[in-house]
Design a protein around this ligand. Structure first.
Ligand code: IPE
Ligand code: IPE
Ligand code: MG
Length: 245
């Protein structure tokens, strides 16, 4: 059996952390209890990624469309982000994790925006792992805001410039995109950046996503051939060691 030690580690892993509500429903708990458990799972996942040498972890915490949920759940999720950051940031800081909150901040309260800035600035010196928390984020919002930024600066709208104006311009594109919870869809996550990500769908509900399931995803990634439009033969040839003349 291949152990995760001898498989290729993706540099950037992105995760749609889905299934918190179902996790709670199975236990006759309110949905917010599932989200709270989801934070525990995220803490474990951040540590596991860091231990395995992953450089960037990007997680989907609240989508542009999640505003359509019942008001009680939306406010529970808003409060949870603030609480989780306040509680987790000191440890993340010690563990070398740099936090970025990615998404539209215009709809967020003043207090919340200050909390996000504080989490980012207090971890800004860290280099071990970049953690991007996508909150009030949508792939369509990102493409539109990038295009608007270029247009207002009078810059040409082309792939290169759009890429630089995108909310995740500070990291390379994700190599592996995991979705937990059994659904096989993107739900407006990294529409632009996932162009060539390898996809992995896990049946586990997010609060149950553990190190073993992360390793299963990494192992699956290590067994794939990424072709980026080329033929399998071209890819094999490019990975052969060069002959010394
Ligand atoms: C994902 O879990 C977290 C958020 C969308 C905030 P869900 O809340 O979507 O959980 P399910 O899909 O209903 O089980
Ligand atoms: C995607 O999950 C958003 C997050 C995990 C934050 P959803 O549960 O909102 O996705 P859909 O609605 O089932 O597609
Ligand atoms: Mg869901």
């Amino acid at each position: 059996m291949t152990s995760v030690k001898d498989t290729e580690i993706p540099r950037h892993i992105a995760i749609v952390m889905d299934g918190n509500g179902r996790w709670a429903a199975k236990r006759f708990l309110p949905r917010v209890a599932g989200h709270r458990q989801g934070v525990e799972s995220l803490r474990r996942c951040v540590k596991a990624c860091s231990d395995r040498g992953v450089s960037v972890l990007t997680v989907f915490a609240f989508s542009s469309e999640n505003w359509n949920r019942p008001a009680e759940e939306v406010s529970g999720l808003m409060d949870l982000l603030g609480l989780a950051l306040g509680r987790e940031v000191p440890q993340l800081k010690k563990d070398g994790v740099r936090v970025h909150i990615v998404g539209d901040r215009t709809g967020l309260s003043e207090k919340m925006r200050a909390g996000l800035l504080q989490a980012e600035s207090s971890t800004a010196e860290n280099t071990r792992l970049i953690l991007n928390v996508c909150f009030n984020y949508g792939g369509r919002w990102d493409i539109a805001q990038a295009a608007a930024k270029l247009a207002s600066a009078g810059e040409t709208i082309n792939e290169w410039n759009l890429d630089r104006a995108m909310a995740l311009a500070h990291v390379p594109d994700p190599d592996l995109l995991i979705r937990t919870g059994g659904e096989q869809r993107i739900s407006n996550f990294l529409l632009w950046q996932a162009a060539y990500s390898e996809l992995y769908f896990s049946e586990k509900l997010w609060p149950d996503f553990d190190e073993a399931e992360l390793d299963a995803a990494i192992d699956s990634f290590g067994r794939r051939q990424r072709r980026f439009g080329k033929t399998p033969e071209q890819v094999l040839k490019a990975s052969e060691p060069r002959k010394v003349a």
